[in-house]
Design a protein around this ligand. Structure first.
Ligand code: TXA
Ligand code: MG
Length: 323
C-alpha cells in the first residue's frame, strides 16, 4: 500500500479538502465529516441538491457509539456479519453528526468500507468521512481512479489509486431506524442474505415508506439512451438501430457474437450477477465514450446481486425516457 499517498490524503482531509477515495463498492468523494465547510464543498462539486444526505464512513464498528444513538440489536447482528463491507445502515444520529451530512434528518447512514486504502485513511484520520459516489449528480458512479479524474478534474485535490472497485455497485442501504428493517437501496449485500442473518423479512421500499431521499432522482444514467430488451433480442435490436444510422451499444451477459455489424459496440458484463455488477458502470462508460446513441441491455433475474444490477438498469432506462 502507498503509505505516502495515504498520509497526503489525510493531510488534505484535515485541511478541509476533498479526496477521491477508492472503496470496494465505487469511488467516493471524501471530506472530513466533522468539518461543515468541507462537507458543503461536496455538494458544490457534485452539483448535488442540498438535502440529499451523505453516507458517513467509519473506520471501525466501535465508532458507531460516537455518531449514533439507540443502536438496535439488529444493527449489531448486521455489523458483526457484514462490516467492513458494502452495507450502509440508517440509524438515529448523535448530536456530533453535522446537519450538512444528514440534510437535517434525525437519522444518519453509516458504513465501514472494506477497501484497505479507505480503512487506512479512516483510521489515520481518526474521524468519520462523508462521501457520496465521486461523480457529478445523476451520472454513472466511478469504479476506477481514471473515472473520477475524468468526471471531477481539478475539483478534487487528490484521487487515491485503489484499482477497480471490487463490487462495482453502491452499498446496500437498510433502514433500521423504524419498527422493521427496510431495504432503501439494493447493493453489494443481498436482501436474501440480510434476511437469513436477521431471521425476518426485510421490507422492500414500495414508494409509500421513507425512501432513501434522492434515490429516485439519482438515475445512475449514462449519456446514451438505455433500452431494456430480452437477452435473445439484444443483437437484433442493436442491428436495427445501427441500420437507421445511430450507433448502438449492447450490454450483454454473453460474449460478442461472430459477424456482428461493425456499427454495434458489444460489451460483455457477466455471465454471473457478480461479474455484471463488477463491470456494469465501466461498460456503460465505454459505450458512452464510443459515441453510442442507444444502449440495449437485458435485465438479470432480480435476486441476490442481480436485484441491484436490475435496479440500476431500470433507473437508467427510466431516466433516458424522461430526456
Ligand atoms: O457504496 C456506497 O454507498 C458509496 C461509497 C462511496 O461508499 N456511496 C454512495 O453514496 O453511494 P451516495 O451519496 O451516492 O448515495 C447515498 C445514498 C443516497 O441515496 C441517500 O439518499 C442515502 O444514501 N441516505 C443517506 N443518508 C440517509 C438517511 N439518513 N436516510 C435515508 N437515506 C439516506
Ligand atoms: Mg451516487
Amino acid at each position: 500500500m502507498n503509505e505516502a499517498a495515504v498520509l497526503s490524503a489525510v493531510r488534505l482531509l484535515r485541511a478541509g479538502k476533498l479526496v477521491g477515495l477508492p472503496t470496494e463498492t465505487v469511488y467516493g468523494l471524501a471530506a472530513d465529516a466533522e468539518n461543515p465547510e468541507a462537507v458543503a464543498q461536496i455538494y458544490r462539486v457534485k452539483g448535488r441538491p442540498l438535502g440529499h444526505p451523505l453516507i458517513l464512513h467509519l473506520g471501525d464498528a466501535t465508532w458507531l457509539s460516537r455518531y449514533c444513538v439507540d443502536v438496535p440489536g439488529e444493527a449489531t447482528l448486521l455489523t458483526e456479519r457484514y462490516w467492513p463491507g458494502p452495507l450502509s445502515l440508517i440509524l438515529k444520529r448523535s448530536a456530533r453528526v453535522l446537519d450538512e451530512v444528514t440534510g437535517g434528518r434525525e437519522t444518519v447512514a453509516v458504513r465501514v468500507p472494506s477497501h484497505p486504502l479507505a480503512r487506512r485513511v479512516l483510521l489515520e484520520l481518526g474521524r468519520g468521512i462523508a462521501a457520496p459516489s465521486a461523480n457529478r449528480f445523476g451520472g454513472v458512479s466511478p469504479t476506477t481512479r481514471a473515472h473520477v479524474e475524468r468526471d471531477l478534474g481539478d475539483d478534487v485535490a487528490l484521487v487515491l489509486e485503489g484499482g477497480p472497485s471490487e463490487v462495482g455497485l453502491e452499498s446496500t442501504i437498510v433502514d433500521l431506524s423504524g419498527a422493521a428493517p427496510r431495504l432503501l437501496r439494493p447493493g453489494g449485500i443481498s436482501k436474501e442474505d440480510l434476511e437469513a442473518t436477521l431471521g425476518r423479512p426485510v421490507l422492500l421500499d414500495d414508494g409509500t415508506g421513507p425512501a432513501a431521499p434522492g434515490t429516485l432522482e439519482s438515475h445512475y444514467a449514462p449519456r446514451a439512451k438505455v433500452e431494456l430488451v430480452a437477452e435473445e433480442g439484444l443483437r437484433a435490436a442493436a442491428e436495427r438501430c445501427a441500420q437507421t444510422g445511430r450507433k448502438a451499444g449492447v450490454l450483454s451477459a454473453t460474449p460478442r457474437p461472430f459477424e456482428l455489424s461493425s456499427d454495434v459496440n458489444w460489451e460483455q458484463a457477466g455471465p454471473t450477477a457478480e461479474a455484471t455488477a463488477h463491470e456494469l458502470y465501466a461498460a456503460l462508460r465505454r459505450l458512452d465514450e464510443a459515441g453510442c446513441a442507444v444502449i440495449f441491455a437485458s435485465l438479470p433475474e432480480a435476486t441476490g446481486l442481480g436485484r441491484a444490477v436490475a435496479d440500476r438498469l431500470v433507473r437508467a432506462a427510466a431516466d433516458s425516457d424522461r430526456r
